[in-house]
Design a protein around this ligand. Structure first.
Ligand code: ATP
Length: 211
């Protein structure tokens, strides 16, 4: 069975950096990829767009393709979005199907501060996405935990439900939601950093514009 891969984030707003890596991860892993907006990100300030607005942007971004989908379970569940809880919920739904948590390398380096981080490997594989200009030093505890789990063989991830760590070399796109929010607040039009679906309805980007 094809793995189910989850790409969580704030998506405030979703941009072509997210979509491009999610798409390439789907190809590299031969997996179904779901983008999963976080409700209350435990590590970040509150998003500018509310949950409904972020989901509307994701749906607008994912039109006319069948490879990437949106999963709103963390928004429906409410409260803080602990990835461990989400993966356990998914594990109960999918049985032995491989689950892959996709993380940018910057998020991966911060993993030891996450709720029940060592137990994540019992419920999912980890796919670490390379990110331009970001080559963080990995903490020693993280190295120790992943040493025996690292693989470069996608077949390993198809053969087991959880427990491997694979690096996914994706095409670098130096785009961040922070920069896009700055540009929109300054009255600029970052047309080719965002999926064109986000420009179809002016209400979608309104949370970031200063009127
Ligand atoms: P912000 O600038 O607000 O911090 P962001 O652009 O990093 O936002 P998030 O929604 O926080 O976007 O990111 C979700 C996931 O996408 C994280 O794992 C992050 O590392 C990854 N990611 C974001 N932008 C890129 C990019 N350009 N290339 C690769 N991965 C990315």
């Amino acid at each position: 069975m094809k793995p189910l891969a989850l790409f969580g984030g704030t998506f405030d707003p979703v941009h072509l950096g997210h979509l491009s890596v999610a798409w390439e991860a789907a190809e590299l892993l031969d997996a179904e990829v779901r983008l999963m907006p976080a409700n209350v990100p435990p590590h970040k300030p509150a998003p500018l767009a509310n949950a409904e607005q972020r989901v509307a942007m994701l749906h607008a971004a994912l039109q006319k393709q069948g490879r990437l989908a949106v999963d709103t379970r963390e928004l429906r569940r409410g409260g803080p979005s602990y990835t461990y809880d989400t993966l356990c919920e998914l594990r109960a739904e999918v049985g032995a199907r491989p689950l892959v948590l996709l993380l940018g390398v910057d998020a991966f380096a911060g993993l030891p501060s996450w709720h029940r981080w060592r137990e994540l490997f019992e419920v999912a594989h980890l796919g670490v996405l390379s990110r331009p200009g970001v080559e963080p030093e990995l903490p020693h505890t993280l190295w120790t935990e992943i040493e025996a789990r690292r693989t470069d063989d996608v077949a390993e991830l198809h053969a087991h439900p959880a427990g491997c760590v694979i690096e996914l070399a994706v095409t670098p796109l130096e785009i961040s939601a922070t920069r896009i929010r700055e540009l929109l607040a300054a009255g600029r039009d970052p047309r080719y950093l965002l999926p064109c679906g986000l420009f179809e309805d002016p209400a979608l980007l309104a949370p970031y514009r200063r009127t």
